[in-house]
Design a protein around this ligand. Sequence first.
Ligand code: ADP
Length: 409
Amino acid sequence: MKVLVLNCGSSSVKFQLVQTDEASAAAGRVHALARGLVENIGGLAILRYEAEGRKPLKETGEILEHKIAVERILGLLTRPDVGVIQDRSEIEAVGHRMVHGGERFKTSVLIDDDVLSGIEDCIDLAPLHNPPNIKGYRASRDLLLVPHVAVFDTSFHQTMPREAYLYGLPYVLYQRHGIRRYGFHGTSHRFVSRRMAEILGRADDPTLRVITCHLGNGCSITAIRGGHSVDTSMGLTPLEGLLMGTRAGDIDAGIILHVMVTEELGVTEANALLNKHSGLLGISGVSNDMRTLLQAEADGNDRARLAVDVFCYRLKKYIASYTGVLGGVDAVVFTGGIGENSPVIRARSMVGLEALGLRVDPARNDAARAVEADISPEGSTSRVFVVPTNEELLIARDTYHIVAGLSAE
Ligand code: ADP
């Protein structure tokens, strides 16, 4: 089955055309035929496209709305010189990344009118993310008359117990407005934790304890027992938890009230302060990009060093606390652009965790870049791994399972 995976942002559409069947979906070995990205929709857009055995392509042109972007993508997928299918009717299903599924959507689901209105009900919880996701669905629904499936960032974390998801606020805010921890990056945490369980030969073991660290521009960490999320660092919004590229992560909630008064900030400015001007960028004043910061640190920039230190310290604190949550840990997994590619960050955030049985082998760690690898010393009982994430493949797999009439994991 050929599944088109779409991830629509406010001015972008990321896509992959994935070939999957029962055996490859079960083995987690689905296969991307083509992929790409349309950016800056609403103006002079840039379309990047690459397909197996074809020259990568970059086009610039006016694309005013998501529907036209999807049209252009379908045009490339079927174009004789660069395409990978002859006709759009070869696409049998579409999988959509949806950010927020609230408490209703605990698994991936076939989209119908009732589901669509349920996703619309979650707009209040994710006002920036759900509307473009929905727009992408509406655009592609009109162009591809096949089953469409929603795969939510939040659904993997719906197994968290109450004590993990409830904030210390008046309970009525949870009842009235759904104020609670939802968590995000669920597709990534689910993908790498499942792969980890397979690597350890414990795919069906309900006692397996895994901590997954997704470290990209956004960062989050999840405690997983027997394949189920039991706690995660992002909260009602993707702002809580670890330090991120431009997001603050955990702060004393009182700070924002204090700063709004002392700096005379409105809600819009406060929002920008927390989401766009904080994190690695805010502390360093240099960059939100970890590679740039590590270079600046090597060149002697002290604020860059400080930002990296705060990042690693915060991560270590979470790994230790989730080890407590799980009553020990069988494996810690690093993923995302930083987690997959940076031996330095992995090593620095694990220093001091030896007492918990967690160790990194320097040579194995240095050698592991963007590949699956065991980076703990030979014979360790608690293991440390790098497992590259692949959210699109998991979306394709869920879509395949649902459309093929099988239940999604
Ligand atoms: P996104 O969350 O947007 O998908 P990625 O997962 O691609 O982002 O992660 C981007 C981050 O990964 C950036 O901070 C980038 O600097 C970092 N990164 C990529 N390669 C390396 C590397 N070799 N060393 C350190 N950081 C890296």
